[in-house]
Design a protein around this ligand. Structure first.
Ligand code: PLP
Length: 461
């Protein structure tokens, strides 16, 4: 064993690997460098980053302007307590006010999406007292600590529940998931029952303070609700005096083609939580943005929340630079062109591979949902399989893609195609031709039913 291999093994033995049984954490790949859409291992092998790491490196790796902003801040003032103003924080708030919906008037800056949601929940529970319940959805992830994991619909919550680490007062609404509609209805005949049902839920539950949604569900499927969905939700929230929280941790920062995904529905939430692309992943950063109504509430009430690293200058420093770079990129037209190209290429892949049940997405945020049987939609693996120790089909496909030099994040039934927004058509082609080969692994175990692939975002077409 080489000296490096020994040190990696020691590192693994003495560090906690996230979301896994530790015995599976033996010899992680050592990454030495990253540039543009690529990252490079210690043997010099280059990988295309088709998932922007954890769907956060929206500008790709080593963006000079963003790095420079952090370096300058580190030299000038790397840390000061949140009770002081800094130029970094002043400029960050100015930049946020210019990019966020104008209704968002006040911001709290922390260091992770989890924290952004924890702050949001505490705020609505204070502001809506005595109402305290929060409605979330099953296909969701909102973070790892007590409140945010309680709001999470995916299996990560199950473990928090058995650890008695959840907060009371969370209810789960049916997903807006047309490919597997929980009501077994079809759009538009369904009349968007998944949204309408929220009215019934709120009336029957009582004490509902807020609804939290990922406007376009991220890890749990890139689910894009129909055009009527959020306008209906907004109306229901207004009628019942319930806050609408948009968790744009993953879907924000031009990932879906607009600054924030909710813009596709022209709906304004009461709170936006975001992180990831906010610094393009160059610093640990998250934002809880609130409407004036919430801001006004805390004029007299104590905003009973904070962190040592709230408004950390090094977290805040990249915000203006990242926003400028993202806007410049969008103005160049490249992301829009590449997104259209990527859609065509993914549709072609979906035609070719019988293991693809549904292809859906928008912007640089796509899912290939793998199924054993297109006709019955039988999945290869269930939600419960995710943490069972079983090697899932999406994991097998992504493992093979990695051998071919393409990093693609798997979740239990989907592959996450979410490259940095700087990716070119040629690079998309290169990555997808590797995925094309990797998908043969799943094809071999899928039934050839002659059924066609579904494009569940193409409502009514
Ligand atoms: C929608 C959403 N909310 C919250 C989080 C939690 O963010 P973090 O991992 O930065 O705590 C994530 C992370 O993936 C996310 O996708």
């Amino acid at each position: 064993m080489s000296e490096t291999a020994k040190r990696i093994t020691e590192f693994a033995a003495h560090s906690y690997h996230t979301w896994s049984r530790q015995k599976a954490w033996k010899s992680p790949m050592l990454i030495k460098d990253a540039e543009g859409i690529y990252f490079i291992d210690d043997k010099g092998k280059r990988y295309i980053d088709l998932s922007s790491q954890l769907m956060c490196s929206n500008l790709g790796h080593k963006n000079k302007a963003v790095i420079e902003a952090i370096v300058k801040q580190a030299e000038k003032l790397p840390y000061i307590a949140p009770g002081f103003a800094t130029e970094a924080a002043i400029e960050a708030i100015e930049a946020l006010r210019a990019v966020m919906p104008k209704e968002m008037t006040k911001f709290f800056i922390s260091t992770s999406g989890t924290e952004a949601n924890e702050a949001a929940i505490k705020m609505v529970r204070q502001a809506c007292h005595p109402a305290y319940k929060v409605i979330s959805r099953y296909r969701s992830y909102h973070g790892s600590t007590a409140a945010s994991i309680s709001l999470t619909g995916d299996p990560r919550r199950w473990y928090a529940e058995t650890a008695r680490f959840t907060v009371p007062g969370v209810r789960f609404a049916p997903d807006s998931y047309c490919y597997r509609c929980p009501f077994e209805l079809t759009y538009p005949q369904c009349r968007v029952q998944c949204a309408g049902y929220l009215d019934y839920m709120i009336r029957e539950e009582g004490n509902v303070a807020a609804i939290i949604v990922e406007p376009i569900v991220g890890t749990n499927g890139r689910l894009i609700p129909p055009p009527e969905y959020y306008p209906i939700l907004r109306r229901i929230c207004d009628e019942h005096n319930v806050m609408l929280i948009a968790d744009e941790v993953m879907s924000g920062w031009f990932r879906t083609g607009t600054a924030f995904a909710m813009e596709h529905w022209k709906v304004t939430p009461d709170i936006i939580t975001t992180a990831k692309g906010a610094s393009a992943a160059y610093s640990p950063l998250a934002i809880t943005a609130t409407s004036d109504k919430i801001a006004q509430f805390f004029e007299e009430e104590v905003f009973c929340h904070g962190h040592t690293y709230a408004f950390h200058p090094l977290s805040a420093a990249p915000i203006p630079a990242a926003i400028k770079e993202l806007k410049k990129l969008m103005a160049s037209g490249l992301p829009q062109r590449v997104s259209a190209h990527m859609k065509n290429r993914l549709y072609e892949l979906a035609e070719k591979h019988i293991c693809i049940g549904d292809v859906r997405g928008i912007g640089h945020f796509w899912a290939l949902e793998l199924v054993k049987n297109r006709k019955s939609k039988e999945p290869f693996d269930s939600k419960a399989d995710k943490f069972s120790g079983k090697t899932l089909m999406t994991g097998r496909v992504s493992g093979d893609a990695m051998q071919r030099g393409v990093y693609i994040s798997p979740w239990y039934d989907t592959l996450v195609i979410a490259p940095p927004l700087i990716i070119t058509e040629t690079q998309v082609d290169e990555a997808l031709s590797a995925i094309d080969k990797s998908l043969e692994i799943a094809d071999k175990e899928a039934a050839d039913t002659g059924a066609t692939v579904s494009h569940s975002t193409e409502y009514g077409k």
